[in-house]
Design a protein around this ligand. Sequence first.
Ligand code: SF4
Ligand code: SF4
Length: 64
Amino acid sequence: MAIIIDTNICNGVEACSSNGLCIEICALNALENVDGRPVVDEEKCPECGLCIMNCPNEAISKPQ
Ligand code: SF4
Ligand code: SF4
C-alpha cells in the first residue's frame, strides 16, 4: 500500500503553494516529479505520513 494523492485537489508542483514540498520532504525519495505531478513509488512508501501533514491542500491521504 501507499499514500494516495488526489489529483482533483493537487494541481501539480507549479500550482502548489509549497512548490511540491511533498516531494522535497520525503526522506525515502518515494515521491517523484513526473511531468509536473507528484507520483508515489508504492514500493518505497511505508505511509510515514510526513507528506500528508505537510501538503498545504490536504491532497494526500492514507488508504482507508
Ligand atoms: S504538497 Fe500537496 S499540493 Fe503540493 S504538490 Fe504535493 S500533493 Fe500537490
Ligand atoms: S508517506 Fe512518507 S514515505 Fe510515503 S511518500 Fe509520504 S513522506 Fe514519503
